[in-house]
Design a protein around this ligand. Structure first.
Ligand SMILES: Cc1ncc(COP(=O)(O)O)c(C=O)c1O
Length: 463
């Protein structure tokens, strides 16, 4: 029987290198919860080190709380809460706090009233009520799928209604794609910083995540090829238009290279299009470049509202049946009532008006952020909800996040987005869209500027 046999870094003492390799394997899911670490003597023989080195490494990992040693049985990977990434972003709001931690659409004064109008209209349509109350059958969703397809196509995201499956929003679409494409133990690649929902869902589905470096052009395709060589993965989750959290956009050349690599190595692409940008700010979607191997995930959460929980996935025809089965196994089908409201809203022209307002509002808010923080290393993209701020050398993200929270402003630190054992850059994500209004945003920005102007706390208390 082969045993888990990691590659050790050549730097520093052997026991430390082994402890780091174990921690990395636990964080990326290669050693899942409950897994027994190899017997010390066998691992020592496999690695060509002494048993004492393995004992010290195991003790070090135990100190960090990731494994527990059980006398007479061995050392086991401990279970960890699955939604840890989410919990760090969501937290509990407290009074007076300007919460710029969540990626929410800017509050529109009539959004609720518009929802009310569509609900009232449906209440007067007996056929819609009948459909809403009965178990939804596949063909009962045809009209809603068509509305989604028409709206997306008008937005330049050309799709055929037959390629769509209605979901309960973006997270549901991602989870469906994962369960249709991957089995426990399979590898899923992603940018080294990624959407926390994916990190959390991958952990729960016992997938191993492969972290891939990226730069200002997007995912590094040469590094992706090298990762695939060493640790072949079945699918890549990627945000080509607006990377969460850094706002990076995948360049046209990288899109071509990525698609060519996916074809050569035969892996799937899960393309997250939930952050919806104006058409002229977008590139060619991957599902148009490689329709046969791309699942495109869309949601109305960043346009109409996250509470609706509605969206679609666009999939190559041979995969649709598997996605359908995954959906059935989860919830049978999304509520036709909600799909009906979202579809009508998109179809009515109201969504376009809302979106036009939203893009203008975001532009004004981004100008405020530029004005306040323009001297720092700041990234934003047109139509995007957040700014990514790389901190000046002396600042530490976690300390700054805590200082800001005490001062009444919540932002997310880069740590929240790290895939596997990726080292977190000293950076924060500021969701400028989430402030209840421009005044609250101005207040929050002032507090951020003040916090950045303060000297970072001295670190000499530690010897
Ligand atoms: C990049 C990204 N993908 C997916 C989602 C999930 O979308 P939904 O709220 O529709 O589940 C989010 C939500 O913030 C997101 O930021």
């Amino acid at each position: 029987m082969t045993i888990w046999n990691p590659e050790l870094s050549q730097e520093g003492p052997r026991y430390r290198a082994l402890a780091q390799a174990i921690e990395r394997a636990i964080n990326n899911g290669e050693l899942p919860p409950g897994e027994k670490l190899p017997p010390q003597r066998r691992l020592a023989d496999a690695l060509g080190v002494t048993v004492g080195t393995v004992t010290r490494a195991y003790a070090l990992v135990e100190q960090s709380g990731l494994v527990s040693a059980q006398v007479g049985s061995g050392t086991f990977v401990k279970a960890r809460p699955t939604a840890e990434g989410f919990a760090r972003v969501i937290g509990a709001p407290h009074e007076g706090l300007v919460d710029l931690g969540m990626s929410l659409p800017p509050p529109h004064p009539t959004r609720q009233a518009t929802l009310g109008r569509f609900m009232s209209a449906m209440a007067l349509e007996p056929a819609a009520l009948e459909q809403a109350i009965d178990y939804p059958l596949d063909d009962s969703m045809t009209t809603h799928r068509q509305r989604y397809a028409d709206w997306l196509t008008a937005q330049g995201l050309t799709v055929d209604a037959d390629e769509l499956l209605i979901t309960q929003g973006g997270m549901n679409g991602i989870a469906l794609a994962m369960s249709a494409l991957l089995s426990p133990g399979d590898r899923l690649a992603a940018e080294a910083l990624s959407y926390p929902g994916v990190i959390s869902a991958a952990r729960q589905q016992a997938l191993k995540m492969v972290a891939v470096p990226f730069d200002e052009q997007g995912i590094d395709v040469a590094a992706l090829a090298a990762r695939h060589e060493r640790t072949p993965f079945k699918a890549l989750y990627v945000m080509p238009e607006h990377h969460n959290p850094t706002t990076v956009q995948l360049s046209p050349e990288r899109r071509e290279a990525l698609v060519a690599l996916a074809r050569e190595r035969d892996f799937w692409l899960i393309e997250d299009g939930v952050m919806h940008l104006p058409p002229e700010a977008r590139g060619t979607p991957l599902y148009q470049l490689a329709p046969e191997r791309t699942i495109f995930v869309f949601s109305v959460a960043k346009i109409l509202g996250g509470g609706l929980r509605s969206g679609v996935v666009r999939s190559p025809a041979p995969l649709l049946e598997r996605l359908h089965i995954s959906l059935r196994n989860q919830c049978w089908a999304p509520p036709a009532l909600i799909a009906g409201i979202a579809g009508r809203w998109l179809d009515s022209g109201e969504a376009d008006r809302l979106l036009a307002w939203q893009f203008e509002e975001l532009e004004a808010r981004q100008a405020m952020v530029r004005e306040a923080l323009g001297e720092f290393d700041l990234s934003m993209r047109r139509g995007g909800f957040y700014a990514w701020l790389v901190l000046p050398a002396e600042h530490r993200a976690q300390a700054l996040v805590e200082t800001l929270e005490h001062s009444g402003v919540r932002v997310a630190s880069a740590e929240t987005f790290c895939v596997g054992s990726t080292a977190a850059p000293q950076a924060i994500r500021i969701c400028l869209s989430a402030a209840p209004g421009r005044e609250a945003l101005a207040q929050a920005l002032e507090i951020i500027v003040q916090a950045l102007a303060q000297n970072a706390p001295p670190r000499w208390q530690t010897v």
